[in-house]
Design a protein. Structure first.
Length: 135
């Protein structure tokens, strides 16, 4: 367990409790086992695919947990995450040198690369609808 995964576990637990969801409800929404959910909340490492399931269950933007583990960026709702991409233009698709949630960090990276590298703002949205509770 790392300091980052422990903090992620605390965040997941706080978010679940604040929403009024039990572990059983959340693990079912995410489609993971009770043991795996407990591992998440305790800060243990889990398979990367599990993070995507948790993001869907909380309606966080795809990649939010990876960003949290990397730089502490609080996961955002799927429709609110803005990514700043350092890209080499004019290629299509663009060659990506880095992705940031902070525009200033993206600009610093671009300055190091110079020339044809630019910073583009991308909105990330979740293409998956939330799981509907069973009636």
């Amino acid at each position: 367990m790392s300091e980052h995964t422990i903090e992620l576990g605390r965040l997941i637990r706080r978010t679940r409790v604040a929403a009024g969801w039990s572990i059983e409800e959340m693990r079912m929404r995410a489609g993971i086992s009770h043991v795996t959910w407990r591992r998440l909340e305790s800060g243990a490492t889990v398979k990367e695919i599990t993070y995507g399931k948790v993001e869907q269950a909380f309606r966080w933007a795809a990649g939010s947990i990876e960003l949290f583990l990397r730089d502490g960026t609080t996961p955002a709702r799927a429709d609110t995450l803005v990514i700043y991409a350092v890209v080499l233009t004019p290629f299509d698709p663009p060659e990506i040198a880095g992705l940031y949630t902070n525009q200033a960090a993206a600009e610093q990276h671009r300055e190091l690369l110079r020339d044809r590298w630019t910073v583009e703002q991308w909105r990330v949205s979740d293409s998956f609808p939330p799981k509907q509770p069973r009636s």
